[in-house]
Each structure stands twice: as structure tokens, then as C-alpha cells.
Design a protein around this ligand. Structure first.
Ligand SMILES: NC(=O)c1ccc[n+]([C@@H]2O[C@H](COP(=O)([O-])OP(=O)(O)OC[C@H]3O[C@@H](n4cnc5c(N)ncnc54)[C@H](O)[C@@H]3O)[C@@H](O)[C@H]2O)c1
Length: 323
């Protein structure tokens, strides 16, 4: 018996588009909203200090018949070592025999599926059109979320970007100007980046005890805040002041609360699956200010990894290894 091993370059060379990933992630959330997904909250161990973690993230996606687990680690000091913050592996299992059939690098999947999940949230909670978008924290997630927004909002005319690290900001602006045909504006302050934006993605650090640097008054009416940094940027009252607050999984949010996160965050009225499945309503009028706190769940990884695996089989990519 063999399993297929897909390295980081195998995964990336398949050139799967953001719009394909958004489609499978949206379908995954629809199935979750219909109660067809088994997904216990991710569990964590820490090896050394608060800056590092390892998460085990299993899921079974009924309807698509996908069984998978991601084993993902992160260390905030990795960039100082010249390494990505996040690394990991995803294992896909045959849903009948339960034997492992594929092991793949998780770096690319983690980057793109997070942007894709945010794009799904924006389709249901964001403004109908977004001309100005904002990225605060111009790293891996800043890039993935800008691509996701450019995919669902073809009318974007400007992306305003801010990063505390001037080199990171300069690199991001240069790369984005090459990649997109809308204006890329480096902002001199976080406030300048977010004030006129229709959608604001924050992707800086996510400490348990954040030092907020964005005021809730800076999010304009009708706009959406889409933090992927576990509310590391917005000040405490923000989550209570928006008209609609969602997350991707209530159980996952409760798990994080038990670890000391989200003390100022009220219980979201819905998870994204309930909204995509039509069980609960999304945005109801153009004036609402909305917010999605997506924590990153195993469902996102399972459906994205399954798409990659299917394409790898079709194109005969990867290395077959004996079990
Ligand atoms: N919710 C999810 O599903 C999910 C998934 C992956 C990563 N994350 C989180 O997303 C965040 C970003 O991850 P990443 O992989 O892009 O990290 P990264 O290290 O690639 O990028 C983070 C960027 O934020 C910048 N930054 C730091 N402090 C800042 C500040 N005060 N203001 C503005 N910019 C600041 C850094 O200079 C860096 O460029 C992390 O908090 C990570 O935990 C969430």
C-alpha cells in the first residue's frame, strides 16, 4: 500500500486558483451549517514558551466524504531565524478503510485557506462592493487576504496597507503593485490604512494580552472588519459595537476563551456555516458594520487538501511512498 507525499513545491506547482479554493471552502461551510461536519475544537500543546504552539486539527466532512487532520506548528520567533512562522503537515485518510492516502505540506494550504474563508465571510457579511480595502500586517496572511479580496471584489480601486516593519511594508507594496492593477498605497499609520476602507483585514500578531492599535471609531458605516489575528489589533469595544459579529466555529471560540482569549468579545450570533447554509441571515442592509472573527478551522484545511490531492492524482504529481 502506498501513500502520496506532496512537498511544499508539489502543492504550489499545481497552481490551484484562489477562486477554486473559495468555492470548496464555501461548500465546506454550507455542509457544516447543515450539520454534516464532525470537527472537535483544535487542541494545542506548547513545547517551550508562549510564542510557540502545536495544534491537532481533525475533521470529517460529510457530503464530500473527506477525512483529514492537520498537525500544525508555529513560533513567533521563526522569522528571526529566516523561517516561516507557521509549518505543518496534513494527512488525508480513505474514509472507508481509514488508511492514510496522502501526506502534504501545510504551509501553502494554511496561507490560502485562511484568505479563502475570509472571502466567504465577506460574500455574506461584507459590503456588496468594495472599492477600498485595507491590509494591516503585511505578511503571509496579508498577501493571501489581499488575493482573496481581489478575487471576490473585481471593482477594487485601492488597497491601503500598513505594517510596523517598514521593510515588510515596502516588500508588500512592491510585490502587490506587480500583481494587481489597482492602486497600492502604503499608509503612514494604522488609522490612515483603515479609515476609508470598505473591508479591513488585520493580520498582525495575536497575543493573548493584546495591545490594540485600531480604534473602533475608524471603521466606517457599511464596512466590514475581518481580523485573522484573534483580535490582536482592534480595541476591546469593537466586537460589541458592530451590528453583526460571526465566527467560524462556536466550539473553537469557546476553547480560545477558556485559554484567556476574547475576554471582551460577546458571543457571535452565528457561525459562518449557519450563514452559508441559510440557517441564519447574513448582512441585512448596506449601512451595517460587520465583523467576522475567523479562528481557522480543520474544515478549511480538509476541503483545500482534498482539492489538492484530487488534482495531484489527475496530474500524477508527488512521490508514492510505501506504508
Ligand atoms: N485565523 C486564522 O485562520 C489564521 C491562520 C494563520 C495565521 N493566523 C494569524 O494571522 C496573523 C498573521 O500571520 P502571518 O502568517 O501572516 O504572519 P507574518 O509574520 O507573515 O506577518 C505578520 C506581519 O504583521 C506585522 N506586524 C507586527 N506587528 C504589527 C503591528 N502592530 N501593526 C501592523 N503590523 C504588524 C509584521 O511586521 C509582519 O509583517 C498571526 O496572528 C497568525 O496567528 C490566523
Amino acid at each position: 500500500m502506498n501513500l502520496r507525499y506532496l512537498s511544499r513545491s508539489d502543492v504550489e506547482d499545481l497552481n490551484i486558483s484562489m477562486s477554486q479554493i473559495i468555492s470548496v471552502v464555501e461548500e465546506g461551510f454550507r455542509l457544516k451549517g447543515l450539520g454534516k461536519v464532525q470537527m472537535p475544537p483544535k487542541i494545542a500543546v506548547k513545547s517551550r514558551g508562549p510564542e510557540s504552539f502545536l495544534h491537532a486539527m481533525p475533521a470529517y466532512v460529510g457530503g464530500l466524504d473527506i477525512a483529514a487532520i492537520k498537525w500544525v506548528g508555529g513560533n513567533d520567533d521563526n522569522p528571526d531565524r529566516g523561517l516561516p512562522t507557521i509549518s505543518g503537515l496534513i494527512v488525508l485518510n480513505d474514509p472507508e478503510t481509514m488508511f492514510p492516502v496522502c501526506v502534504m505540506d501545510a504551509i501553502w494550504v494554511t496561507a490560502v485557506r485562511t484568505g479563502a474563508a475570509n472571502a466567504v465571510a465577506m460574500k455574506y457579511l461584507g459590503p456588496a462592493q468594495a472599492k477600498t480595502v485595507s491590509i494591516v500586517g503585511c505578511g503571509v496572511q496579508g498577501r493571501s487576504n489581499l488575493l482573496a479580496m481581489a478575487t471576490i471584489y473585481p471593482e477594487i480601486t485601492e488597497a491601503r496597507c500598513f505594517d510596523v516593519n517598514p521593510d515588510a511594508l515596502e516588500r508588500f507594496v512592491r510585490e502587490s503593485r506587480d500583481a494587481y492593477n489597482f492602486q497600492i498605497t502604503p499608509a503612514a499609520s494604522p488609522r490612515e490604512a483603515v479609515e476609508e476602507a470598505d473591508v479591513v483585514v488585520t493580520a498582525g500578531p495575536s497575543p493573548k494580552e493584546p495591545t490594540p492599535y485600531l480604534s473602533e471609531e475608524w471603521l466606517k458605516r457599511g464596512a466590514m472588519a475581518a481580523p485573522v489575528d484573534y483580535m490582536g489589533a482592534w480595541e476591546g469595544p469593537m466586537a460589541s459595537s458592530v451590528d453583526r459579529l460571526i465566527t467560524d466555529d462556536h466550539g473553537q471560540m469557546e476553547y480560545y476563551r477558556s485559554k484567556g482569549y476574547f475576554r471582551d468579545v460577546p458571543r457571535p450570533y452565528a457561525d459562518l456555516g449557519e450563514i452559508v447554509a441559510g440557517v441564519k441571515p447574513g448582512r441585512q442592509n448596506p449601512d451595517e458594520r460587520t465583523m467576522s472573527i475567523l479562528l481557522g478551522i480543520a474544515l478549511d484545511d480538509a476541503v483545500t487538501a482534498n482539492l489538492i490531492h484530487q488534482r495531484a492524482i489527475e496530474e500524477n504529481i508527488g512521490t508514492l511512498l510505501p506504508l
